[in-house]
Design a protein around this ligand. Structure first.
Ligand code: ARG
Length: 279
């Protein structure tokens, strides 16, 4: 492949647990700052060793969750749908995301007025379908408009467990027709739809879901995720994947892990359009 995969990350220089907007966050259970920096650097190094080009968003004091670049936007080719955050604590991130994406040549689009949308945290392509989580963060009504912007089918999935408040905490497309998921994060209708639409659904159990096993970054045949997911690793290895586990405990304290710390700028591997535009 000529052009390297590109991932946007943001240094944890100003990262910490400064407020509580999901059940994982507890301001009395602070992240170890030095350890967070080391864990983030190891993650970055893993990507670089896999040949990925890392681009960095400048960290900003007072915006501790800016490290979770998955929430900056949803990328489709050269277009970025800029996030509109539900919680006021994260709304200050929007202008930094917007400026960065603009400076790097993306055409910007926005979710419909009054609709919250948290980017690649809640909207993930699998094949040519956009799977989109709603209720906790993104709003259901705006998702179809986003699908119309790109002429793609949207499958809205209601998230029912507050611990799995973004789709990427409980669902990870590996390639067209194949995803990892944590069933209890969805309602029975969502589970039924996923079973109908995805040929190979790899289930994780509640214990491994709590280790953010679904919050994985897929780079070809390699899956990068938090440590502590041996059962999922076995399932992936059986299907020919190589799993790279790396400790991300300090980010789990904010409700995030490997995938949340990244925004794939050239399109996720599982998106059929990223394969079309490759090379
Ligand atoms: N503390 C952040 C929040 O609650 C964590 C975001 C994790 N990001 C993700 N894509 N799941 O918004």
């Amino acid at each position: 492949m000529d052009t390297p995969n590109q991932i946007l990350m943001c240094s944890p220089k100003y990262y910490g647990i400064e407020y509580e907007i999901n059940p994982w966050m507890n301001t009395e259970r602070q992240a170890d700052h030095q350890l967070a920096i080391r864990q983030w650097q190891s993650l970055k190094q893993i990507f670089e060793e896999l040949g990925v080009q890392i681009l960095e968003l400048e960290p900003v004091a007072g915006l501790p969750d800016l490290v979770f670049t998955a929430n900056a936007a949803m990328i489709h080719k050269q277009t970025a749908v800029v996030s509109s955050f539900r919680h006021v604590q994260r709304q200050g991130e929007e202008e930094h995301n917007e400026q960065w994406l603009l400076r790097h040549g993306f055409q910007l689009k926005y979710p419909p007025d009054d609709q919250y949308f948290e980017g690649a945290g809640d909207a993930l392509f699998c094949g040519d379908t956009l799977f989109a989580g709603y209720r906790m963060r993104s709003d259901a009504a705006g998702l179809q408009d986003i699908g119309r912007m790109f002429g793609c089918r949207v499958i809205p999935l209601e998230l029912v467990d507050t611990s799995y408040y973004h789709l990427d905490t409980c669902f990870c497309p590996l390639k067209a027709g194949q995803t990892i998921f944590y069933p209890a994060a969805f309602d029975s209708y969502g589970r039924k739809v996923l079973r109908e639409l995805v040929d190979d659904l790899i289930e994780v159990d509640s214990e491994e879901a709590r280790h953010f096993s679904c919050n994985a970054v897929v780079l070809g045949e390699t899956v990068v995720t938090n440590e502590g997911c041996p059962k999922m690793c076995r399932q992936l290895k059986r299907r020919g994947y190589r799993v790279v586990e790396t400790p991300l405990s300090e980010f789990v304290k904010a409700g995030g892990s490997a995938k949340c710390l990244t925004l794939r700028l050239d399109g996720e591997d599982a998106a059929s359009w990223s394969a079309e535009t490759e090379g």
